[in-house]
Write a protein that binds this ligand. Structure first.
Ligand code: ADP
Ligand code: MG
Length: 450
């Protein structure tokens, strides 16, 4: 067809073979849409001339050969790729927005999850639920210790469902967020804004898939359990998928109301336990690959040393690799077993009766608010950092015997007065701000689970 068109162009519109060979022969069809033929011009410099001289002739020839009138558009390789890039960016932004609205971390997908004997049941159950949400195991209840991959699995399910069907309404929250938003809605409601509770209920009930992480943190709160009970029922009767995680199985969560406990046991309960040696090695290798750490050429014996010593927490397993590399960069030392021993020394110490220290408090607060330790110890004064920093000060006071002056030093050299101010501020705030009080209690439990 294109050849026919070119032939026609040659016979009817080109004064000589030379002009045909120069301008027309090199043209190719880039794309045909419903109403436009895009013709690719190889030589950018010839674009203007071609547009001016041959646009109309092409239109006529194409209409004659195909029997249909098309618009003609000449494109060069540059604007083709720019156009494609633009489309890709838009596509990407669109899908990112979907995942962000669902509160998902892009790193936590099935692709990056290593399956081992400790988690293969939970993994298979998650995959089954992701493939047919609301249809088989409802609710899916995943439980296991800290840092063993519960959150990672939940995000993976949500990603999978949204990738299959971007129209699905998927929402991931922690039970802390659920509780605090409920507290706020009730408070605003009391002040006369009746819409607040409606908005809250709509947010949580109008979903195809609701994922609630760390349900252990809503235990013991009557109004929250009550509201969650109704949310659960609402979703469950309409065949919507509910996925819950916890540090314990439902039967062992003492302060959980019986009616919630039975409901949590309706579907499937899957546990994740500590990874065995093979799985720990596989996770370290995966992390090496995903984070582009191959260029450090970490010797096998060093990976084995880490896998042999960090046994019960995958977050620490990953953290130790980061620490090792940071240490090697900082001290300009080769990555070997002595350096690994230095990097791991805090993590290897028996963790059973872990002592609450300011350092531990800083680590937990940093993780909870997703604020780097360096920022907590730094000088920035924006609210996102000041509040966590003051919570550190308060918790050091409440949970350790460390003098305020030392707390200030550990926090990168704050003076006694500002530490004391921070402590008092939080002491006061938690008496008037129930949501903040809830958050502080959750952090306390994370620091000291007993
Ligand atoms: P939990 O929610 O159980 O406390 P997370 O899901 O937050 O644990 O996992 C802690 C870290 O370990 C995350 O960075 C996660 O990506 C990683 N992780 C956990 N399990 C696996 C796994 N099986 N494969 C790869 N990474 C994992
Ligand atoms: Mg988690």
């Amino acid at each position: 067809n294109w050849e026919q068109i070119l032939n026609k162009m040659k016979l009817e519109y080109c004064s000589s073979n030379i002009s045909y060979n120069t301008w027309i022969a090199p043209l190719t069809v880039y794309e045909v849409t419903d109403d436009t033929v895009y013709i690719l011009v190889r030589l950018k410099a010839s674009l203007e001339h071609i547009e001016e001289k041959y646009m109309l002739p092409f239109k006529v020839c194409i209409a004659e050969v195909t029997g249909k009138e098309y618009d003609i558009s000449f494109v060069t390789e540059d604007n083709v790729t720019i156009q494609e890039k633009k489309e890709n960016v838009v596509k990407k932004q669109k899908s990112n927005a979907i995942f962000e609205n669902a509160n998902l971390n892009g790193k936590y997908t099935f692709d990056t999850f290593v399956v081992g004997s400790n988690n293969n049941f939970a993994h298979a159950a998650s995959l089954a639920v992701a493939e047919s949400p609301g249809e088989i195991y409802n609710p899916l209840f995943i439980y296991g210790g800290v840092g063993l991959g519960k959150t990672h699995l939940m995000h993976s399910i949500a990603h999978f469902i949204l990738e299959n069907d971007p129209e699905k309404k998927v929402l991931y929250v922690t039970s802390e967020t659920f509780t605090n938003e409920l507290i706020d809605a009730l408070k605003i409601g009391k002040n006369g804004n009746e819409l607040a509770m409606t908005t809250f209920r709509e947010k949580y009930r109008n979903n195809d898939v609701l994922l609630i992480d760390d349900i252990q943190f809503i235990i013991g709160k009557e109004s929250t359990q009550e509201e969650f009970f109704h949310t659960f029922n609402h979703l469950h009767v309409s065949g919507k998928q509910i996925i819950i995680s916890s540090d314990k199985p439902p039967k062992d969560i003492e302060t959980l109301e019986a009616r919630l406990r039975t409901r949590f046991e309706w579907g499937l309960i899957a546990d994740i336990s500590s990874p065995d040696y093979e799985t720990r090695m596989a996770i370290l290798r995966k992390k090496e690959e995903l984070d582009g750490l191959e260029r450090y050429h970490i010797p096998d014996e060093v990976l084995q040393y880490i896998a042999n010593n960090i046994k019960s927490n995958i977050r620490e397993l990953e953290g130790s690799l980061n620490k090792l590399i940071a240490l090697s960069n900082l001290e300009k030392k080769p990555i070997d077993i002595p350096l690994a021993a230095e990097a791991l020394k805090d993590m290897i110490s028996p963790d059973k009766n872990r002592v609450v220290t300011p350092e531990l408090i800083i680590d937990v607060v940093s993780e909870h608010f997703n604020v780097p330790v360096a920022e907590l110890k730094g000088k920035k004064r924006n609210a996102e950092i000041v509040l966590p920093r003051q919570i550190v000060m308060y918790l050091c006071r409440a949970m350790t015997d460390t003098p305020l002056k030392s707390v200030g030093i550990i926090l990168g050299g704050k003076d006694h007065a500002s530490v004391s101010h921070g402590v008092k501020k939080i002491e006061h705030e938690i008496t008037v701000d129930e949501a903040l009080n809830n958050t502080v209690n959750i952090i306390k439990k994370k620091i000291n689970p007993v």
